[in-house]
Ligand binder design. Structure first.
Ligand code: ADP
Length: 465
């Protein structure tokens, strides 16, 4: 049977509270009563010693104990609930506090009934020597019950102590119950709300977000992760829809073009010219590029990239890439510059790295404006190396920025520019960078330009390690 979190937590809290209070109560009760009993026994002994000394003083070797002194000893006997007997040297009883000793007295048993929870214990008689001027003159006998040292005050104290333990267990349990219900509600109610949001998402409402604000860190983290998941799912959904329509659009345009041109040729409206055939060829090329792109992406997604790593000088390699791009930039009226720290040795897949640079630098050229300028920088810091590609081209709008590394994603601006791109260049770049345990990010302002940052961690920098 499944139990709700509130119930489970409450029972858990209560059990823990009960067991710990019960054990603590039991142990402390035992310890306190033991100490208390010892204290009372010691106290009793001191008292009896004191009375014995008093009797020593009141005894006269010649006359025994006077009537006044007898009355005084009797007072002690009553006050301390002791049976007192004084015998002289020949064993004759010269004083007794009662005709019978306590064991036979009904008074005592009736008293015990009042404290029936306490065992009367054994009746004991202790003998003390009657000493005067260092001379033994007789014997003093003190008779008492094992618990007679538990006078009324002490007994009340012990019972009150037990009662207060019982009451504190009860109060602690009530508080424990309240606190446990409160705490478990605090945990379970946000969880229920988060589950509600998850259920809404499961039923297709990807706009649902959890509004739970909690002081519990884990719950807060869960809310954040949940909302992040919703955001990602929503973006993916958006992307999937856009991808389908993009693909349809990408395929339809060249196919329609081809179809209408071929129809015109068949109907003999047009004569096949070289220009026309070249344009057919270009359209077919575009289609092939698109399909190859699909294939590349599928490969990237199916298997983790196989890297063919080798040790090489990254600074030199980047310099070569820049040199190879110079003529292309020049013909388009743009400029490419570099600022590379020398002699950075790396262990990487050289061809794949070149592909990354090729994709980024050709994008910067494709999306440049008149007098375009691109700067390739290689920097190094304590964490690793950073490659920066900065352009002053058309830039990327805020709404497109989160998606540009997604398959087939192209901004409206780039479509307008009719660059013939298929929207997979950056997807490939990202896959290669991540296969080298690097990261890629971008800063961009629409109309002003973009900067791509690639960061590779230290091990790439120290191939020998
Ligand atoms: P494409 O083949 O369309 O260039 P990419 O994956 O390389 O595909 O880039 C995806 C999109 O990112 C581009 O369509 C463009 O909108 C944007 N983009 C990439 N690089 C730049 C850049 N340097 N400047 C402006 N926009 C860029």
């Amino acid at each position: 049977m499944k139990m709700s979190l509130t119930k489970k937590l409450s029972i858990g809290f209560l059990l823990t509270a009960f067991i710990s209070i019960f054990i603590a109560g039991l142990v402390s009760n035992y310890m306190i009563s033991k100490k208390f009993s010892n204290y009372l026994i010691a106290e009793h002994k001191t008292k009896v010693d004191k009375i014995a000394t008093v009797i020593d003083g009141l005894y006269d070797e010649q006359t025994g104990i006077s009537t006044t002194n007898k009355a005084e000893i009797l007072r002690y006997s009553n006050a301390e609930e002791l049976y007192i007997q004084v015998k002289n040297a020949t064993g004759v009883i010269v004083f007794t506090s009662s005709s019978t000793n306590l064991q036979n007295k009904t008074m005592m048993s009736s008293m015990m009934n009042d404290f029936s929870s306490i065992k009367p214990g054994q009746y004991t008689e202790d003998s003390y020597p009657l000493i005067k001027n260092n001379k033994k003159l007789g014997t003093i006998v003190f008779g008492y019950y094992g618990t007679s040292f538990l006078n009324t005050g002490a007994l009340t104290f012990k019972t009150t102590l037990n009662h207060s333990f019982f009451v504190s267990i009860l109060i602690a349990l009530i508080f424990g119950l309240i606190i446990s219900i409160f705490l478990s509600k605090q945990i379970s109610s946000p969880l229920t709300k988060i589950t509600d949001t998850a259920n809404k998402m499961r039923n297709g409402d990807l706009e649902a977000r959890s509004q739970v604000v909690s002081k519990t860190k884990e719950i807060d983290d869960l809310t954040i992760s949940m909302n992040y998941l919703a955001e990602t799912l929503q973006n993916q959904e958006l992307l999937r829809k856009r991808l389908t329509s993009d693909m349809a659009h990408e395929l339809r345009t060249p196919l329609t073009n081809l179809k209408s041109h071929v129809e015109a040729l068949l109907d003999k409206v047009w004569e096949p010219t070289e220009d026309m055939l070249t344009s057919f060829y270009e359209e077919i090329q575009r289609l092939i590029k698109l399909v190859e792109g699909l294939n590349d992406i599928a490969k990237l997604e199916q298997t983790s990239l196989n890297l063919n790593k080798s040790k090489f000088n990254l600074s030199l390699e980047l310099e070569k890439v820049v040199t190879s791009f110079e003529p292309l930039y020049e013909t388009s009226g743009s400029k490419i510059n570099s600022n590379l720290i020398p002699n950075i040795e790396v262990l990487m897949d050289k061809d794949k790295l070149k592909q990354v640079m090729y994709n980024l630098l050709s994008n910067s050229l494709k999306y440049s404006k008149i007098n375009g300028e691109v700067l390739l920088t290689l920097k190094s810091d304590k964490d690793g190396i950073i490659i920066e590609v900065k352009d002053n081209g058309i830039g990327i709008s805020k709404k497109d920025l989160p998606f540009i590394f997604e398959r087939f994603y192209r901004s409206d601006e780039s479509r307008d520019k009719n660059t013939g791109g298929a929207g997979i260049g950056l997807t490939i770049v990202k896959a290669i960078v991540e296969a080298h345990t690097g990261t890629i990010s971008v800063n961009s302002t629409l109309g002003k330009g973009s900067t791509f940052f690639i960061t590779f961690p230290k091990p790439i920098l120290n191939p020998d390690k």
